[in-house]
Design a protein around this ligand. Structure first.
Ligand SMILES: [Zn+2]
Length: 289
């Protein structure tokens, strides 16, 4: 009777205290430097699902689905600089939250985000999922986050999030003359720089409405503050291009709204994230190294 084959040698046990991280396994997506980069748009985070509201559980489930599908978050600033530092095979995604409502960042105690707020959900998700960094972009207005605005904006930047411009009063920029549009952009930029130590580089257009003259909100001065934005973000309706794509236009960056499909009219349904995710995975038109 043949003897049992010798079992292969056991891999050596890791040494106590040795640095553990081995390089992450490659992700599922083939290299595609001209593939699309989805920039997701959330509005309120609250207790029920709605057309403009996601629950904390819904947000967590979205992140789980992205994680499983081989997405990893990147910072908007890196994307604008053409720097997508992800391991091979992972598709970048940029999470954005507009309107700085209280559900985006509420405190349990100062400096400790409530578990049900967007920042709290993202931090918990990142802690539970290796390779997922706690980052997202908050496009804010005056009176951000329903109180303690300066401390919250500063906390976000200190903790790896980005705070960007959504105008001072959520203004319809198409309805303003150039001087008034510049004031809306400049006053909010000055506030963000004072609160966080870092001036914004991107402006999300309220209602997706473009100013008559985009130059007015791109660069200028407001009292003694110089502002400069290198990107304008829209409110719909599809994935953005790779920064390496010759047709990439940072002054017209589309986003994809996230909502429970059950809350969305049939006419909008093809344009929300659930639908785009399916199509993008099917076509494979996603950026990856
Ligand atoms: Zn808005």
């Amino acid at each position: 009777m043949a003897s049992e084959p010798a079992s292969p040698p056991e891999p050596p046990a890791p040494e106590e205290g040795s640095p553990e991280p081995s390089p992450p396994a490659p992700g599922p997506h083939p290299s595609n430097p001209l593939g699309r980069v989805p920039i997701l748009l959330y509005h309120r985070i609250g207790e029920t699902e709605g057309r403009w509201q996601r629950t904390p559980e819904g947000l967590y489930a979205d992140l789980e689905q992205m994680y499983e599908a081989g997405f990893r978050p990147i910072r908007l600033r890196d994307y604008l600089d053409g720097r997508i530092d992800l391991p091979p095979g992972y598709a970048p995604v940029i999470l954005t939250f507009d309107d700085s409502t209280a559900g985006h960042l509420a405190w349990d105690e100062p400096g400790k985000p409530a578990a049900g707020s967007a920042a709290g959900v993202i931090q918990r998700f990142a802690a539970e999922h290796p390779g997922w960094e706690a980052t997202a972009v908050f496009f804010i207005n005056a009176g951000a986050f329903g109180g303690d605005s300066e401390a919250k904006a500063a906390w976000l930047v200190e903790n790896g999030f980005e705070v960007e411009n959504h105008t001072w009063s959520h203004a319809d920029l198409a309805a303003l003359d150039a001087a008034a549009a510049a004031r809306e952009a400049g006053r909010m930029s000055a506030w963000i720089e004072a609160a966080t130590g870092r001036a914004p580089v991107a402006l999300a257009l309220p209602y997706g409405r473009r100013p008559r003259d985009a130059a007015a909100v791109l660069a200028g001065s407001c009292e003694d503050h110089q502002f400069r934005h290198q990107a304008l973000l829209e409110v719909g309706w599809g994935p953005a291009r790779s920064p390496l794509d010759p047709e990439w236009d940072p002054l017209r960056l589309p986003r994809i709204q996230v909502a429970d499909p059950g809350e969305v009219d049939a006419s909008d349904l093809p344009y929300i994230w659930a639908s785009w995710l399916e199509r993008l995975l099917e076509s494979g038109d996603l950026f990856a190294h």
